[in-house]
Design a protein around this ligand. Structure first.
Ligand SMILES: C[S@@+](CC[C@H](N)C(=O)[O-])C[C@H]1O[C@@H](n2cnc3c(N)ncnc32)[C@H](O)[C@@H]1O
Length: 322
């Protein structure tokens, strides 16, 4: 009788363990599925097609970060069509064309998410076009996204401008939109930079812009401002000195990001496992950086040759790990 009881107990125990394991297995499977899909789309993949259409498949509140640079207005678009039926995105249509993506972004961004838009304007017939500013104004007025900040990318190198009057142009704009300025996430400590020697000296001498200097030369520290350097370094400034993509030799894309640009924003604005979208994936720099930084990527691109390039770059990265 006692033996029978023990047997039943043992079987019961085994059943319990089996249930526990299957539960764990199913939970992991479910988690993996969540991690590998975003709605009906696969993660870590670039889809061929127009981002304006493909973005509609992204679920609400699903993307942590968008980092992207669109094609220029009035540019023959990388050997492929950018708008249905047209090989050029004309300046007059550019803003209304591009605005569609931001309406979608307002829907698919998580409340903690950010949209980083690197854009440049163009000089046409001697006149600098204002479509970039018009676009930003309309995004803010019409889509519900908020402009958190605007940054300048100071390019270390650029082609000299022709003509006598125009100065050499070395900047591009970076606009930072958020869905919710109170909820969007940042990890500023991760992007702090070393202080300059001169700033450290100022900290040592305890002389700050806000200090009151007495007639006898002694200083009283004001309450405002910190009197100690931050142990992890200073906050970056709003002017960036990323390299240009032309520094990447051998890449057959006319306007790729240098990895430094997506790297900075991915580090600052996402955590491991987060989802990063580049709707104009081009040669796949965002995908590559995501792989290196253990984030998931998803991309859209109208040119299959660039998707192949992206896949090849990802395979090369994989081989490096072996
Ligand atoms: C400035 S490049 C992006 C480069 C990219 N950041 C990189 O690192 O390689 C813009 C890309 O958008 C693609 N493109 C243009 N119109 C598009 C559209 N409607 N949907 C998706 N991709 C598009 C172009 O083929 C081009 O490769």
């Amino acid at each position: 009788m006692e033996l029978e009881g023990q047997l039943v107990q043992n079987i019961g125990y085994k059943i319990l363990i089996t249930i526990k394991w299957s539960h764990k297995y199913l939970k992991n499977k479910r988690l993996n599925n969540i991690m590998e899909k975003i709605g009906n789309l696969d993660l870590n993949k670039t889809y061929l097609g127009d981002c304006m259409e493909l973005a509609k498949h992204l679920p609400d509140d699903s993307v942590d970060l968008v980092v992207t640079s669109p094609p220029y207005a009035n540019t023959v678009s990388y050997g492929h069509q950018t708008m249905s039926g047209a090989n050029l995105v004309y300046t007059e249509h550019y803003v209304s064309w591009f605005l569609h993506l931001f309406y979608e972004a307002q829907r698919f961004l998580k409340p903690t998410g950010s949209f980083i838009l690197n854009i440049n304007d163009r000089v046409i017939n001697g006149e600098r076009k204002v479509y970039a500013f018009e676009l930003v104004t309309r995004i803010v007025r019409e889509t519900g996204l908020k402009l958190f900040d605007r940054y300048i990318w100071f390019k270390k190198s650029a082609l000299p401008m022709t003509g006598e009057k125009r100065l050499n142009d070395r900047i591009e704009y970076i606009f930072h939109f958020v869905k919710d300025p109170k909820k969007f996430k940042t990890n500023t400590d991760r992007v702090r930079e070393p202080y300059a020697e001169v700033s450290l000296k100022r900290f040592k001498n305890k002389v700050h812009g806000n200090d009151i200097i007495n007639p006898d030369g002694t200083t009283e520290l004001s309450q405002r401002g910190s009197s100690k350097p931050h142990p992890l370094g200073k906050k970056p400034i709003t002017v960036f000195r990323f390299d240009t993509g032309s520094a990447l030799r051998g890449l057959k894309h006319p306007a790729p990001f240098h990895p430094q640009l997506p790297e900075f924003f991915i580090k600052w604005l996402t955590d491991k496992g987060d989802i990063v979208l580049d709707p104009f994936m081009g040669g796949g720099t965002v995908a590559l950086v995501c792989k290196r930084m253990k984030r998931h990527h998803i991309g859209f691109e109208t040119n299959q040759a660039y998707i192949d390039m992206t896949e090849e770059r990802l395979r090369q990265e994989e081989r490096k790990k072996l």
